[in-house]
Write a protein that binds this ligand. Structure first.
Ligand code: FE2
Length: 165
């Protein structure tokens, strides 16, 4: 049986994101040279593996910022732990099929470099968000979402968090 529910999606813009994004683009470029292959996933674009935060500790500059915002979003005093972290580079025509990140607790998407004509992300009930550089979206991991074929490039990072009391 399936039930429908209502939930909140957090939409934030990270401060000083230009400097952060320039650093991230360099780290991703280095990472892609080292790990050029993608595995098979819902993301039909180049993407790194789910354990990217273990393979490249420099991504901590973003993960720490996301965890800070996530604590504000869930309004619960707890430790949040990055279960998965991965990065993606969409080229023209790349897309992501509808999926969710269950059984993680909280998920995030951060936009590092997105062209004006790149695709939105579409959540359940057709809730559509047009990405901007520096934008961070936070949502319960169970919420379905998809990305239609993109006209423009988009460099994006995603995270799954779990919490410990
Ligand atoms: Fe996703």
């Amino acid at each position: 049986m399936k039930i429908q529910t209502e939930t909140e999606i957090g939409i934030y813009t990270l401060e000083n994101h230009q400097e952060l994004n320039n650093k991230l683009k360099k780290i991703i470029s280095d990472f892609r040279k080292k790990y050029p292959e993608s595995d098979n996933s819902n993301v039909k674009a180049w993407h790194s593996h789910f354990d990217t935060h273990y393979k490249e500790p420099r991504f901590k500059i973003l993960i720490d910022r996301i965890i800070d915002m996530s604590r504000n979003f869930i309004k619960v005093k707890c430790d949040l732990y990055p279960l998965n972290f991965w990065v993606m580079e969409y080229e023209k025509g790349n897309h992501t099929v509808k999926h969710n990140h269950w059984p993680a607790t909280l998920s995030g998407v951060y936009y590092i470099d997105v062209e004006e004509n790149s695709s939105p992300i579409i959540f359940e009930n057709n809730f559509t968000v047009k990405p901007k550089n520096g934008m961070l979206l936070l949502f319960p991991s169970i919420v379905n979402h998809e990305v239609p074929p993109s006209k423009g490039k988009r460099i994006v990072a995603s995270i799954n968090l779990i919490y410990t009391p």
